[in-house]
Design a protein around this ligand. Sequence first.
Ligand SMILES: [Zn+2]
Length: 122
Amino acid sequence: MAVGKKIVDKCVNCSGNFRKSSKTHFGEKEPYKGNMICYKTSENKHYKSIGGPYDPVTYGDYTHSTYSYVLWDGETYRTTAGSMYFCSGKCEKEFGSDCARANVRRIGGTLVRFNKGDRRAS
Ligand SMILES: [Zn+2]
């Protein structure tokens, strides 16, 4: 699981987008007023309960509101892959397997692509 700024704009395997690393807030006393990107804001109105224990759905006067929303800093993304090159662990594995099938081998610290039939590729 990697979280951070994007290294590449799109996943190098599927060209898909990275997921935003955002945080959901519930039950806040006020709507968000800060500098982060805020979306999915909703207001939850609370009312004084005037029903007894057998009639809890009868509500009285409005008392206050709480708010829920999602905040994102505009630049942090997350992925289930080990690095920010892939949108998911699935793409990371797929890319690795496909590289191996395409005769890519690691020689020392370098990735090398061999031609078919080269004994070092088998
Ligand atoms: Zn992907």
